[in-house]
Design a protein around this ligand. Structure first.
Ligand SMILES: *Cc1c(COP(=O)(O)O)cnc(C)c1O
Length: 335
């Protein structure tokens, strides 16, 4: 099966498994796991933030960060197709008791005008605005890079209005590789930011949330509260460290393959492809039921995923040039 359904569809390679097997470990929740501590240090360096927290998933990073930034009854501003709003089971409402207020976005991203249009002066009628969430790259925006200019505008508005910014950086490193802007420069536009090691980097589990030291100390309580405090988690962190050392620069290959597949798709009759910035391709096929089409693909050894009316294909570590050739052959046959 050529699995383009997600960039999480990777298996740890032999060398990564070796690194995992040989990891030095300790008790993570007592801050005694040396491999976890090393991973946090590396991630803090990459993002130029003073402190970090190792969590099992990116979703838990968002849940913990929003809980740490807000009080119940406050308002969080985010894009109408953001992962926090669409894919996290309403956790911000349940765990943090916040109102989620949407901001108009283009390919997932907004800047000063859109944010200012959504914000309001708090009164005794309203929820109190406290946090803005951004997402880099933006998944349902088409894997789009949130332009630095717009992130700087968001930062400026939030400083003027005394709001915090949280960055969902599940694919921040794809944005770095695609744009040439450093991870630290992007991270500087937010108070908290996390990266996922299980997307393009290809580790089996783990994410690190970074921010100021007092923020991370408060976040640690919520990590524990949600059951995210672990024991010999260095096994997982070793996979993350390996992925950071070996799989970062090669993200450019995923982007090249995605661009190639996207331009091929665009050449087929009745196929409308969204612009591709990174490793995600979203497309629609006129007068074809996407479920039926994806089933036919699967029968021919090609898997993609449905996102609403669109089909999403993600390139990743386990997809080769040869796989792209085969995928094109299947698509030619079906379309
Ligand atoms: C995958 C993803 C998450 C959640 O990460 P998990 O590690 O799967 O929990 C959050 N935000 C975005 C944009 C994602 O793509």
């Amino acid at each position: 099966m050529i699995d383009l359904s997600s960039d999480t569809a990777t298996r740890p390679c032999a060398a990564m498994r070796q690194a995992i097997a040989q990891a030095e470990v300790g008790d993570e929740q007592r801050l005694e796991d040396p491999t976890v501590l090393k991973l946090i240090e590396r991630t803090c360096q990459l993002l130029n933030k003073p402190a970090g927290l190792f969590l099992p998933t990116g979703t838990m990073c968002n849940v913990v960060a929003i809980k740490t930034h807000t009080n119940p009854g406050e308002a969080v501003f985010l894009g109408d197709r953001s992962h926090v709003l669409r894919c996290e089971t309403g956790s911000a409402a349940v765990v943090s008791g916040v109102v989620m207020d949407t901001v108009a976005a283009e390919r997932g991203a907004f800047g000063r005008p859109e944010l200012e249009a959504a914000l309001y002066q708090p009164s005794h009628y309203s929820a109190v605005p406290s946090l803005v969430c951004v997402e880099q790259t933006h998944n349902f925006g088409g894997g789009a890079v949130w332009p630095l200019r717009k992130l700087l505008e968001v930062r400026a508005v939030t400083l003027e209005r005394d709001l915090q910014v949280h960055m969902d950086g599940a694919r921040l490193l794809n944005a770095v590789v695609a744009s040439g802007v450093s991870a630290a420069t992007y991270a500087d536009t937010a108070d908290s930011v996390w990266i996922d090691f299980t997307k393009g980097l290809g580790a089996p589990l783990g994410a690190v949330l970074c921010g100021q030291s007092d923020f991370i100390e408060r976040a640690r309580r919520y990590k524990h509260m949600l059951g995210g405090a672990m024991r010999q988690a260095g096994l997982a962190a070793a996979g993350c460290l390996y992925s950071l050392e070996h799989n970062l620069d090669r993200l450019a290959e995923d982007h090249r393959r995605a661009a190639e597949l996207a331009s091929f798709l665009a050449s087929l009759p009745g196929v409308k492809v969204e612009p591709v910035d990174t490793n995600l391709i979203f497309f629609r096929v006129q007068e074809r039921d996407s479920e039926e089409l994806m089933l036919a693909m699967e029968q021919r050894g090609l898997r993609m995923g449905a996102v609403g009316e669109s089909i999403r294909a993600a390139t990743h570590l386990d997809i080769s040039d040869q796989d792209i050739v085969k995928a094109k052959a299947v698509l030619s046959e079906l379309l």
